[in-house]
Design a protein around this ligand. Structure first.
Ligand SMILES: [Cu+2]
Length: 125
C-alpha cells in the first residue's frame, strides 16, 4: 500500500521586481513547493540555511532534505536539520555544498511514515 509519488519537476522561475531574490516553484502531484531563493544562489563551501513552503500542507509532515553531486557520486559532508516553522513552512539548516559543479537537491515529504512526494531540482554553483 506504500504509494510513492515521484514528481517530474517542471521548473518555473519567478522573477521578482526590484532585485528581490528569485523564487523557484516546483509543482508536484500533491503539493507545490516554493523555494524562497533559487538554489543556484546557494553559497559554495559555506554552511547555510534556506526555507521553503508547501502550499496547502497540514501540520506535522516530515521532510527529508539532501543534496548530492550525481556526476561525482557523493553527497554533502553535513546532515541538514529540518524544522517546521509553521504548517507548510520549513527551515533547512546545516547545508554545505563543498565544491563547485552540478548538485541535485532532493526534498522528500512524508505523512506519518508514508512518502507522499519527492521533489528534485538540479542546479549549478
Ligand atoms: Cu563533487
Amino acid at each position: 500500500m506504500l504509494r510513492l509519488l515521484v514528481s517530474t519537476v517542471l521548473l518555473s522561475v519567478l522573477l521578482s521586481s526590484c532585485g528581490e531574490p528569485k523564487k523557484v516553484m516546483l509543482p508536484g502531484d500533491v503539493y507545490t513547493l516554493t523555494l524562497e531563493k533559487a538554489p543556484s544562489s546557494f553559497p559554495e563551501n559555506e554552511i547555510f540555511t534556506f526555507e521553503f513552503k508547501l502550499a496547502g500542507a497540514a501540520a506535522g509532515l516530515r521532510i527529508e532534505a539532501d543534496c548530492t553531486m550525481p556526476g561525482h557520486g557523493h553527497g554533502m559532508n553535513t546532515s541538514p536539520k529540518i524544522t517546521e516553522i509553521q504548517p507548510g513552512h520549513y527551515k533547512v539548516e546545516g547545508m554545505q555544498l563543498h565544491m563547485p559543479g552540478e548538485w541535485l537537491l532532493q526534498l522528500n515529504v512524508f505523512d506519518k511514515d508514508k512518502q507522499v512526494e519527492s521533489f528534485r531540482y538540479k542546479f549549478n554553483i
